[in-house]
Design a protein around this ligand. Structure first.
Ligand SMILES: [Zn+2]
Length: 226
C-alpha cells in the first residue's frame, strides 16, 4: 500500500511551494526592515513597555532564543521576545506590537483566540493518533477507523484555520497601537505592515497544507470504498 501516489503530489506540492515562498518572503522582509531604525528611536523592549502601560496589560516580558521565535503565552501571560526583536528597528517594533496584539486579544477574551486555546489538547492528540488510526483503517479496510483518523486531521485543519483570524487581528491591532501611540510614522507603518503581512502569509500556507492533507485523506477513503 506504500506505492508511489501521483495524487499525493497534486495535493502536497502547491501548498508546499506556497509555504516555501512565504518563508522566503517573511525572512527577506524581516531582514530588510531589521536594518531600518525607527525615527522615534524606540527598540522592541521599549515598544513592549509602552504598549503594556498604555493598554493596562498585566503582561511580563521575557527573552527567547532563536530567530522569529517571538510569541505570547496566554497561560503565563508573558510575551517572549527574540534577540532581534529587542533591537531598534521597524521590524522589531512590528513583531513586538503583534505579540502584544495577542495579549490584548487575551485581555478582551477575543473569541477565536479562546477557541484556539480550547482545541489545543484535542489537536495535539489528534495530530499523532489521527494518521496512525487512518493508516490502520486503510490496512484493515475499516471505515470507522479511517473516519476517526480523518477527524484527527480535521482537528489539525480546524486549528490552522482558526489561527488565521487570530493572526490577522493581532496584526491589525499592532498597527493601530503603533499609530495611536506615535511609535512609528505613517511611512514606517507601511514597512511594519509589510513585515506583518509576510508573517501572516506563513499562516495562510500552513492552513492550506492542513486543508489539502485533509482532502487527500478523504479522497483516499473514497478510493478505498470503490
Ligand atoms: Zn501571532
Amino acid at each position: 500500500m506504500f506505492y508511489f501516489d501521483p495524487l499525493y503530489f497534486v495535493f502536497a506540492v502547491p501548498p508546499l511551494l506556497l509555504a516555501m515562498w512565504a518563508q522566503w518572503k517573511v525572512q527577506s522582509t524581516f531582514a530588510k526592515y531589521a536594518r531600518v531604525p525607527t525615527r522615534s528611536g524606540v527598540n522592541g523592549i521599549q515598544t513592549a513597555q509602552v504598549l503594556i502601560n498604555r493598554n493596562g496589560l498585566s503582561v511580563g516580558v521575557t527573552s527567547v532564543p532563536g530567530h522569529l521565535t517571538d510569541h505570547y503565552d496566554p497561560r503565563s501571560k508573558t510575551v517572549a521576545l527574540s534577540q532581534s526583536s529587542q533591537q531598534n528597528s521597524i521590524a522589531s517594533v512590528a513583531v513586538v506590537a503583534h505579540e502584544l496584539g495577542h495579549a490584548l486579544q487575551d485581555k478582551e477574551n477575543y473569541g477565536p483566540l479562546k477557541l484556539r486555546g480550547a482545541i489545543v489538547p484535542a489537536v495535539q492528540l489528534g495530530g499523532w493518533v489521527g494518521p496512525i488510526l487512518f493508516i490502520l483503517g486503510l490496512m484493515l479496510a475499516s471505515e470507522p477507523l479511517m473516519w476517526v483518523g480523518v477527524i484527527g486531521f480535521g482537528l489539525a485543519a480546524l486549528f490552522a484555520i482558526v489561527t488565521l483570524p487570530v493572526e490577522f487581528d493581532a496584526s491589525r491591532r499592532a498597527l493601530a497601537m503603533l499609530q495611536t501611540n506615535y511609535l512609528l510614522t505613517d511611512q514606517e507603518l507601511r514597512g511594519a505592515k509589510q513585515v506583518l503581512d509576510a508573517a501572516a502569509l506563513t499562516y495562510v500556507a500552513a492552513a492550506a497544507q492542513a486543508l489539502t492533507t485533509l482532502l487527500y485523506y478523504i479522497t483516499l477513503m473514497g478510493r478505498q470504498r470503490d
